[in-house]
Design a protein around this ligand. Structure first.
Ligand code: AMP
Ligand code: ZN
Length: 117
């Protein structure tokens, strides 16, 4: 995969940094967030370095599809598919993005509110 130096998520994908893996396939890795904001907080990342949704191209469609496959798989594996879960993608700093490698937050294990803060 295309890797970016000094990207913490590229390091986790390439086994240069540790994470507790929740799901993996050819295109995607899902691991537990180091600073969880819910009982279950997993980060789902494509195995390609894209800063955020802004950098997605048509050729990246398999990575996007796999991120959702990962989310569904995690939901059923952790048995929160019925109780509920929230998927969040923060794009750019004002939206709360702090790690600039595209990722989807998988949040479950508590109630969530709308609109989000
Ligand atoms: P965001 O603020 O949307 O960019 O989300 C980045 C998320 O990555 C935050 O929830 C961080 O707690 C999480 N995070 C940062 N570094 C690590 C790491 N080494 N392992 C697991 N999660 C991380
Ligand atoms: Zn990266």
């Amino acid at each position: 995969m295309s890797e970016k130096k000094s990207c913490i998520f590229c390091e986790i994908i390439n086994d240069k940094n540790k994470a507790r893996i929740a799901y993996e396939d050819e295109h995607t890795l899902a691991f537990y967030d180091i600073n969880p904001v819910a009982l279950i907080h997993i980060v789902i990342v494509p195995k390609i370095h894209l800063a955020n949704v802004n950098e997605l191209e048509d050729s990246n469609i398999d990575f996007v599809a796999s991120m959702f496959t990962a989310a569904k798989n995690v939901a059923f594996t952790l048995k929160v598919n019925s109780s509920g879960y929230r998927l969040v993608i923060n794009n750019q700093s004002s939206a709360g993005q702090t790690v600039f490698h595209l990722h989807m937050h998988f949040l479950a294990g508590r109630d969530f509110f709308w609109p989000p803060g």
